[in-house]
Design a binder for this molecule. Structure first.
Ligand SMILES: [Mg+2]
Length: 197
């Protein structure tokens, strides 16, 4: 049995689509893309990690409008499994039969947990760690210490993959963008081969 650290955003769920849908809501309330990007940058400058609710405080000082936008956001979170890539659920289900799965996700705790709960992957994971370390270096080092060579990391970020490999952790780079059932099936086979080494 291996311990497999799995990323959430862009790895199991279509975070880009989620962001697009949030942008579409903001546009309906009169926020332009330029404003969105600018406010996003300012928010990121002032905060360790991004949270869309804090972002709304910044874009809409009027609490009435903010409540309306929040209501629209709730609908996005109400789309159960709505952002899962096809095949992602079967993939984690399959891995969980043989391995210990740990979610290692970067971001704001509350926001990441909401996305994770929405995805419905909870029962396949032994535990969940939401980290504020962008490249997950410190976390990877701790897991490496605990599990030694029996550790595999899956992530779409080249920086995280580089950090993992620098620590001697086996790392599999998840491709960017849309993924389908065939992709995850091939990925599962690749991880099986890797775990036998
Ligand atoms: Mg990611």
């Amino acid at each position: 049995m291996k311990t497999i650290l799995i990323d959430l955003d862009h790895t199991l769920i279509d975070t880009a689509a989620f962001k697009r849908h949030r942008m579409a809501i903001l546009r309906r309330f009169g926020v332009s893309r330029r404003q969105f990007e600018e406010a996003h940058r300012n928010i990121i400058r002032g905060m360790a990690v991004f949270h869309p609710d804090a972002f709304l405080d910044y874009v809409f000082p009027d609490p009435k409008i903010r409540r309306k936008v929040l209501g629209e956001y709730q609908k996005l979170f109400g789309r159960k499994k709505g952002y899962n890539y096809p095949g992602a659920r079967a993939f984690v289900q399959k891995l969980a039969r043989k391995h210990r799965l740990i979610l290692l996700s970067y971001g704001h705790k509350q926001f990441q947990l909401r996305k994770f709960i929405q995805a419905g992957f909870g029962r396949f994971f032994k535990y969940v760690l939401i980290t504020g370390n962008l490249h997950k270096k410190e976390d990877l080092a701790a897991f490496r210490k605990k599990y030694g060579p029996h550790l595999i990391m899956l992530d779409d970020s080249p920086h995280v993959i580089a950090a993992a490999r620098a620590l001697g952790v086996k790392a599999v780079k998840i491709k960017k963008g849309k993924k389908n059932t065939a992709y995850y099936a091939a990925l599962a086979r690749r991880i099986e081969r890797l775990s036998e080494r």
